[in-house]
Design a protein around this ligand. Structure first.
Ligand SMILES: Cc1ncc(C[n+]2csc(CCOP(=O)(O)OP(=O)(O)O)c2C)c(N)n1
Length: 627
């Protein structure tokens, strides 16, 4: 029973159909559901949910410092009887898993929905994982939409379920559902009265004596949800007339299966946990073979086998990446002994696309850092982290030796420092991370370095944004989610508060390559924790000031290629030629050029060039006209 009273004071909405991405559709549904508090931390492919939600009024939206905090904010709001929402990418739920695993015991008051987006196919993530496991682990229901309209409808139902069963509900998304646009028919916002928090230690103080009493309730809730799932109307039975195979599908896999087999009987799971076992058994009894079509892990497949059903799944379908009709169709045709349809007429050779590896932007302040670290490569090991700066591991810098999880660089650096040993372990240890990453989970690691007397130099790359996910604000930017002014963290003072000595904290301009080199070189020599903070903004945010573009002067360029080593994408090779040194030794000279449209005049290449061959375009033009 919910304590939340619905007041039905609807605000303006729109019945007209709109083309929305899954993320936008979820935001709309969250708003319409009368949600009062929504929190999250950016992460592809979920970022746009909160970005979109922030444009609605009538609710508090925030970028929290990390996903654990976001979930705790949502729980607090729910405890006060408000509907609450939380969005994150799949790895974010790992971070939030600690409160998750106890919230499942307390349950919720106001409806609480977590949208968790799995990056199936790993377009922008450090791993591929299946968040549906959290539903099983935490004993909470999991809803799996296949497209934007379903994402919208299921979000609304998720709030209702959450209040009906007093449980948080997981809305499991994939990249395809989040980013593909489809037509959605939105409704109107329904305002809801918030009763406020009621003190109730037996419910909210999860000391063992209280928590133990909640476990049977949690299991009973799960049993009731299983019964409910058998008649849940967003789980759909589609009869079909082909009896050779019947399918159990969830999420966007449904669309791929339907494209490959329009007439196959199937159960499309809306609630994919708990499973509607009786409905699935009924389907199994009417078909020759039962096939589970699910992306990534053989989760449903395993549960059906455990329930005594004979099923096919990952023995015929891939376990990695997205499924498509081209993958599903042939695999199932082989299973049921159906010949492949005649191949469509050849369309000629596929157009070849020049491979373009990801790279840092022209004038990105991180370029100076990795150029500098490359120069001292033989003397340092560099624990890296996750953000735009992870590209420092790639060509031409090769100056990042790890990337595991957000904030991990600090702890790993200390581990390497303490382990000692020979070889690379004798080098100075650096930890590199971005400003958002530092605030997300890095600062605890720095505190740990200080506390345990580690000898690590931490580089905090403060570009005043969460660059990797498209430029979201965080407590270091001075702005909140709506772009309004907010208290701004002073990174130097924060590091001092964490115990780093003031004289060991240096703030540097990463475009000043010599100054940066000297600062890092000096700090790694000191046998105690030190911090180097870079202070130039990301080139893609409003704060960045574009200056005069530069060019390479042909008569001064020796073809040494030093400017290319910088890795700025505004600089490219114009011509290669065989040259000879004074000793007659042959070498390949690399004459370069600067794309004036991309160049922002950051001058890093001016410092990298030893021959004065790079100058502002205006200067050289002026010099020319003088003559
Ligand atoms: C637990 C977790 N949450 C979110 C993400 C998505 N993500 C990757 S890097 C990053 C932050 C990058 O910002 P910052 O540290 O400021 O570095 P920048 O990209 O600006 O260089 C985020 C949010 C993630 N990989 N893991």
């Amino acid at each position: 029973m919910t304590m939340v009273a619905e007041t039905m004071t609807a605000k303006s909405g729109s019945g007209a159909r709109r083309l929305l991405s899954g993320d936008e559709a979820i935001a709309r549904a969250v708003w319409e559901s009368g949600t009062r508090v929504a929190a999250g931390y950016p992460g592809t492919p979920a970022t746009e949910i909160l970005e979109s939600l922030a444009q609605y009024s009538g609710l508090h939206t925030e970028w929290s410092v990390n996903e654990k905090v976001a979930l705790e904010v949502a729980l607090g709001a729910s405890m006060a009887g408000a509907r609450a929402f939380c969005a994150m990418k799949h790895v974010g739920l790992n971070v939030a898993s600690d409160p998750l695993m106890t919230m499942t015991l307390t349950g919720v008051i106001g409806g609480l929905v977590i949208a968790v987006a799995d990056d199936v196919g790993q377009s922008s993530s450090q791993n591929e994982q299946d968040s549906r496991y959290w539903g099983r682990f935490a004993h909470v229901p999991v809803l799996e939409p296949a497209d934007s309209q379903e994402a919208y409808a299921m979000t609304k139902r998720a709030f209702e379920l959450s209040e009906q069963f007093e449980t948080l509900v997981i809305l499991r998304l994939t990249t395809r559902v989040c980013h593909v646009k489809a037509l959605v028919t939105p409704g109107e916002r329904v305002e809801r009265r918030v009763p406020g928090f009621t003190i109730n230690p037996a419910r909210w103080v999860m000391v063992p004596a209280n928590a133990k009493k909640r476990v049977p309730l949690q299991l009973e809730r799960e049993r009731k949800l299983a019964v409910f799932g058998e008649s849940f109307d967003l789980t759909i039975d589609e009869p079909g007339d082909d009896r050779r195979a019947g399918f159990v599908v969830s999420g966007p896999a449904y669309l791929h299966l339907r494209e490959a087999f329009p007439n196959a009987p199937l159960i499309k799971l809306g609630l994919s946990y708990p499973l509607p076992l009786e409905r699935i058994r009924a389907l199994a009894a009417t078909v020759d073979k039962l096939v589970v079509v699910e992306e990534t892990e053989p989760l449903i497949e395993g549960e059906l086998r455990a329930a005594g059903l004979t099923v096919y799944g990952k023995d015929i379908l891939p376990r990695i990446g997205e499924l498509t009709a081209d993958i599903v169709g042939p695999a199932i045709r082989r299973l049921i002994g159906e010949p492949e349809p005649a191949a469509p007429p050849a369309r000629g050779p596929a157009p070849s696309v020049f491979p373009r590896p990801p790279t840092l932007c022209a004038a990105c302040p991180h370029i100076g850092v990795f150029h500098t670290l490359f120069a001292m490569r033989r003397k340092v090991v560099i624990m890296g982290d996750i953000g735009c700066y992870t590209l420092g591991a790639g060509h031409p810098w090769h100056a990042l030796d790890s990337c595991i999880s957000m904030g991990a660089a600090m702890g790993m650096a200390l581990g390497i420092d303490k382990a000692g040993g020979e070889g690379d372990a004798k080098k100075a240890v650096l930890a590199v991370m971005g400003d958002s990453t530092f605030l997300h989970m890095g600062m605890q690691g720095l505190l740990n370095i200080v506390y345990n007397r580690g000898n690590v130099t931490a580089l905090i790359l403060d570009n005043r944004t969460t660059g990797m996910t498209g430029g979201q604000n965080h407590p270091g930017t001075g702005h909140e989610i709506h772009g309004l002014a907010a208290p701004q963290v002073d990174f130097a003072k924060l590091c001092e508060a964490l115990g780093v000595k003031p004289e060991r904290i240096k703030v540097v301009n990463p475009y000043d390559l010599n100054g940066l080199f000297r600062t890092i070189r000096d700090e790694i020599k000191v046998p105690e924790p030190s911090v180097v903070i870079t202070n130039q903004p990301c080139t893609l945010i409003g704060e960045f000031v574009r200056r005069e573009a530069h060019q390479v002067l042909d008569d001064k360029c020796t073809g040494c290629g030093s400017c290319m080593d910088l890795g700025c994408p505004a600089i490219s090779v114009r011509e290669r030629a065989e040259k000879h040194t004074a000793d007659g030794e042959a070498f390949e000279a690399t004459y370069t050029q600067i794309d004036a449209r991309a160049c922002t005049g950051c001058t890093m290449c001016v410092a990298a060039c030893n021959h004065g061959a790079i100058q502002p375009i205006a200067n050289t033009a002026a010099a020319g006209s003088c003559c």
